[in-house]
Ligand binder design. Structure first.
Ligand SMILES: *Cc1c(COP(=O)(O)O)cnc(C)c1O
Length: 358
């Protein structure tokens, strides 16, 4: 029997989160961002579960887009990072992938290519990661025109740096820059919104929004959990309790003997560790749950197991299932304890953990 360390994926919760995104997007259409293996949930299952709702998907790279086609899905797929080689442009054109054009190199490839995909132009509105400067846009458009590529241009995209913080003035500033930069081409579509932008009152989302983390129930906002934003957890990460013991006061548990019992403590070992993608930076007091009761981690996370204090769950027995995150303990809470964000935890679950779909 395989080790019952599993990620249970609630595809109905995913669908409800997608509908929440649609409600928040107003008149914008919603492309489902399923990059990084559907944020760790399994790209083909996630994309298939949204197939009758989502008119478009977005991924980082061609391989991910191909996985969507292999799942038998025909919707257009936006490549947020564009192509990494000229030959990919033909691939995109033939398969209905829509690369984002963000660099000189990509522009040169496109100009020389005969088989042209539908595409998006990335505007750097202040994130300073990728994209053309607003001042360059007119000349880029001229070059696309000369290359005969305007016919396949869907529109403009940009990405926000600080949308997780409603108090930051950066989002409004970037929106303003983007709006002015693209004003000369009002017939083109525009897309700005990651998940966080759906939670800014009054934020325009234009024609297409691009939510990722909120579909999976993770919070895109600083200081708020997914459930506090009306999102449902999609992944429940579970592992069995494989051993329990009393640790006498004064004795330690685990590597480095970093946790020492201040009183006789009933503790248990859980069959999951950083080799499964559970964060090693989650220290003592990180929450978990057993039989619906909240417990806490103690000591250091090992590769294949971790220790919990069972004081709060006196009935817990070997074989019981421990929830590392899910409906009782939010993934955002664990992320905060580990000094990271839910995105990293969800995408970090390794192949050793079976995905079970509800
Ligand atoms: C990943 C990504 C998104 C989705 O971001 P979330 O914060 O997960 O909603 C949207 N747009 C771009 C360009 C991205 O790279």
């Amino acid at each position: 029997m395989p080790r019952p360390t599993v990620a249970r994926i609630d595809l109905e919760a995913l669908r409800r989160n997608y509908r929440t995104a649609c409600q928040r997007a107003g008149s914008a259409r919603v492309m489902a961002v399923v990059k990084a293996d559907g944020y760790g949930h399994g790209i083909s299952r996630v994309a298939s579960a949204l197939a009758d709702l989502a008119p478009k998907y977005a991924v980082a790279c061609v391989e991910e887009a191909l996985a969507i086609r292999e799942a038998g899905l025909a919707q257009p797929v936006v490549l947020l990072q564009g192509v990494h080689a000229e030959t990919d442009l033909t691939n995109c054109a033939e398969r209905g992938f829509e690369p984002v054009l963000h660099s000189e190199q990509q522009l040169t490839w496109l100009s020389g290519s005969r088989n042209r995909p539908r595409l998006w132009l990335k505007v750097n509105s202040g994130m300073n990661r990728l994209g053309f400067h607003p001042g360059e846009l007119a000349s880029v458009m001229q070059r696309l025109d000369r290359a005969g590529a305007l016919a396949t241009l869907e529109g403009f995209v940009t990405h926000f740096a600080c949308a997780d913080d409603v108090d930051s003035p950066m989002t409004a500033r970037q929106t303003e820059v983007f709006e002015q930069a693209t004003a000369a081409w009002p017939e083109r579509m525009r897309s700005v919104g990651n998940s966080a932008a759906h939670f800014h009152p009054g934020q325009p989302l234009y024609d297409w929004s691009r939510p990722g983390i909120m579909l999976y129930g993770g919070s895109p906002m600083i200081g708020k959990t997914g459930p506090e934003l009306g999102l449902e957890p999609v992944m429940s990460l579970e592992a069995p309790l494989i051993s329990t013991r009393m640790v006498p006061a004064g004795e330690s548990v685990g590597y480095g003997a970093s946790w020492v019992a201040d009183r006789d403590t009933r503790m248990g070992m859980v069959a999951i560790g950083y080799g499964d993608g559970y964060p090693r930076h989650a220290g003592t007091n990180t929450p978990a749950a057993i039989n619906g009761q909240r417990i806490r981690l103690i000591g250091r996370v090992s590769m294949d197991m971790l220790a919990v204090d069972l004081t709060g769950a006196p009935d817990a027995r070997e074989g019981d299932s421990v929830e590392l995150w899910g409906r009782t303990v939010g993934v955002d809470e664990v992320a905060t304890c580990a000094g990271t964000i839910s995105y990293e935890l969800l995408t970090g679950i390794t192949a050793r953990v079976g995905r079970h779909y509800l």
